[in-house]
Design a binder for this molecule. Sequence first.
Ligand code: GLU
Length: 424
Amino acid sequence: MNNTSDTESFTDCHKASIMQFDRAADLMSLDSELRQWLNTSFRELSVRIPVRMDDGNVRVFSGYRVQHNNVRGPHKGGLRYHPDVSLSDVRGLAAWMTWKCALLDLPLGGAKGGITCNPKDMSPGELERLTREYVHGTGDLIGPLKDIPAPDINTNARIMGWIMDEYSKRQGYSPGVVTGKPIELGGSSGREDATGRGVSMIVSRWAQKENKRLNQTSAVVQGFGNVGYHTALHLSRLGCRVVAVSDSVTGIINKNGVDIEAAGRHKKKKGSLSGFAGGESIPRDEVVTFQCDYLIPAALQNVVHGGNFQKIQARIIFEAANGPICPYTEPLLPGAGITVLPDILVNGGGVTVSYFEWVQNIQHFQWKGEVVQAELQTVMNRAFDKVMALAQERNISFRIAAYILAIEKVVQAGHLRGIYQSQY
Ligand code: GLU
């Protein structure tokens, strides 16, 4: 992960989420009791996960599940496998899910899970045992009406299938306990590429607002996992020139536009973009400052920071990742002429189709792909338009506008349920 500049200390997702929340809460003049209720997790689990490795030894991993707020519906959020996962990161990521679901007006709360591990060094059998043991460790915390995990960094449909199976073994057939499953196990059409598709919908709507056609624009996509790949793919299909992409190993630039499908095939075969012949290779961290209209960080947190923001040439950043901009750097971006479209709006397509999957599971009825896409478009457009309108009306940043809309929803539900007795 990148470091911030000398004057800024490294921030984790929790710190970042609190800083963002506070900026919105100050503008809303939220009282201190409400702040305390909204700024803290409902429940936090740390779990030890012993796994028999293929070599016969047992390794013990650390896992987490943080439930932030469920006043609007069951806790919802992904499960990430990464060597840098910490409880504090998961705590912040869980809060972001609460705000994301509220902004998108999905009847869900916020949660997040993580296991500190390097899945790239693990066999499928080891990953399966790790996942099943994690489900065992989360006990009664997850469930179709309690807390519903989903894919996140380095987790996929296969892993979600194991979660569904392990939970169902104990509780009976329960497809709604997890989303992002294989279609054969009750997954939804369009869930795999939903986050990237949603990002491309937001970028298109922004271009429309700027009176530009997507084929007059260029983008850089940093990160080439599920979100980065599908974002780049959908954008390029819509005519946008994706002039640079990167993964954890290397960056690839091509001013005429990278052939995303070919890059995806290369990565699948070789495990990384390294050696891809469809462009020139550059150090992975340099793609962020490459010339383009739209910069789209789509991997981990803190990739735009004090050390690089002045070199960024894009005027607009679309946060496809959760928390890619250092919160200390963010206030400096307008001065550098950079506008930010925030993560809780931009990457909301994933959890939106997760919500559709959950609904289909409850109904035991499968929607057609066209229905999923049309409904996703409706949700993304509605949230985009609300954020634009409030930002304009109050002359505030898109992030603060998105937070205000989300916080208002959660506070309103809290009042109506009587969970929180407010003073006004
Ligand atoms: N991990 C995704 C996110 O951060 C999706 C969560 C979900 O589908 O529940 O939004």
